[in-house]
Design a protein. Structure first.
Length: 84
């Protein structure tokens, strides 16, 4: 049995729930598929450097070992806010 593949909107929803739970709502994401994985870049706002990334497999499971830990993204968000 092969797991169902996640589409882009499912990955966007999963990633938004993850960042809301771990970082709050003051972030934006950008989703793209490459290397047989979904890569989600997380930004504090448009034009800011990336806070980190989330990586999902094609079935939509978060690959924590390939993703930026939330505590690092929080620290980067604080640094970006301090530079503003």
């Amino acid at each position: 049995i092969v797991p169902a593949l996640a589409d882009q909107s499912e990955i966007e929803n999963k990633a938004l729930r993850y960042v809301l739970r771990n970082l709050g709502d003051a972030v934006i994401i950008e989703v793209r598929r490459s290397d047989e994985r979904w890569h989600v870049s997380v930004y504090a706002s448009t034009g800011t450097p990336s806070l980190g990334r989330l990586v999902y497999d094609l079935a939509g499971e978060l690959l924590k070992e390939n993703s930026t830990p939330p505590e690092i993204m929080r620290r980067r968000a604080i640094e970006v806010a301090g530079d503003a």
